[in-house]
Ligand binder design. Structure first.
Ligand code: GLU
Ligand code: ZN
Length: 313
């Protein structure tokens, strides 16, 4: 009896794999964003898991009108159907505020009134942001300015295993510094919003572009301080153009072709190291997606981006 019960308990408690795609609606999807969408979709679906969609419109001034509609439409055209309602970060401010307040109450965050100009001379981290020298740690310097809020980081070594990129380690104090949780203009930072939302949505696996690898230790630290679980991470190779720049709206990446999705979907699968059989090329989007779910091989992904440059036109 006991055995039977423990088996069924285990079955009931089994963690449902849950992935997500979290685009910022700064413009339509391009080939680089398709890679993150398709990879995270296949990774979830091959485990019969759920795949959620979250629109990261926390930075309202950077949101392009119509971009969200265009993103949803493109995902549908590429056969990437999500589960449940779309979550919008712009509607979740109260949750970010609550997380910030709990960090402030625990003395883990503090107000900072330094301006960008005052920090211009600081050494920079990998993401180009100044490594904050801790000027306001003991109290904000200027009471006449609205403050930003920063997390007080330590020199602890943060490490995690990335399913594609391997072992990754970072010392936040040296490499990043006390980072911003809420900007002086009141907007919440990506790092805080993403952690609050991944936990609230019960996300168990995060697959996204390797440009965010360097953000992951910050997110893991926030999860620990907020008592939230850490999902599994897998960072995909970044798609770069002929100049070696990451595809983005800023570098002029063209929007996804919505009228003829098959060749682009095919190229995306090849970029992800998958080998769809030639006879599938004449098939429909749903047939290609079904093949890709059934044959998804994460181990075939080439971790570095340079090797993949030639894959895109
Ligand atoms: N919104 C972020 C972006 O578009 C992605 C966030 C994430 O996947 O964690 O770059
Ligand atoms: Zn400061």
């Amino acid at each position: 009896m006991a055995t039977v019960r423990s088996i069924s308990d285990r079955a009931l408690n089994r963690r449902v794999a849950r992935g997500r795609f979290a685009p910022s609606p700064t413009g339509p999807l391009h080939f680089g964003s398709l890679i993150a969408a398709l990879g995270s979709f296949l990774e979830a679906r091959c485990q019969s898991g759920e795949w959620l969609l979250r629109i990261e419109d926390v930075d309202a001034p950077r949101t392009a009108p119509g971009a969200t509609t265009a993103i949803l439409r493109a995902l549908e055209r590429y056969g990437l159907h999500w589960d449940g309602p779309v979550v919008y970060q712009s509607q979740r401010t109260a949750h970010y505020q609550a997380a910030l307040e709990s960090l402030l109450a625990a003395g883990l965050a503090y107000p900072c009134t330094c301006t960008r100009r005052e920090l211009a001379g600081c050494p920079r981290g990998r993401d180009g942001a100044p490594i904050y020298p801790g000027t306001c740690r003991a109290g904000p310097r200027r009471l006449d300015r609205p403050p930003a809020f920063r997390l007080r980081v330590t020199d602890a070594l943060i490490q995690f295993h990335d399913a594609i990129q391997g072992h990754y380690r970072q010392r936040l104090a040296r490499e990043v510094g006390d980072f911003v949780l809420r900007r002086a203009d009141g907007l919440f930072a990506y790092q805080l919003a993403v952690v609050v939302d991944d936990a609230a949505q019960g996300v168990t696996q995060v697959m996204r572009g390797a440009d965010l690898l360097d953000s992951t230790p910050r997110q893991i630290v926030l999860q620990r301080l907020l008592g939230l679980p850490t999902p599994d991470y897998a960072h995909l190779p970044v798609v770069v153009d002929a100049r070696g720049d990451k595809l983005s709206k800023q570098t002029g990446a063209p929007p996804l072709d919505e009228r003829h999705p098959v060749p682009t979907l095919w190229a995306a699968l090849r970029f992800l190291g998958q080998q769809p059989p030639p006879e599938l090329a004449g098939e429909t989007v749903p047939a290609i997606i079904a093949w890709a779910v059934a044959h998804w091989d994460r181990a075939a992904i080439i971790p570095a981006s340079a090797a993949n440059t030639a894959m895109i036109d």
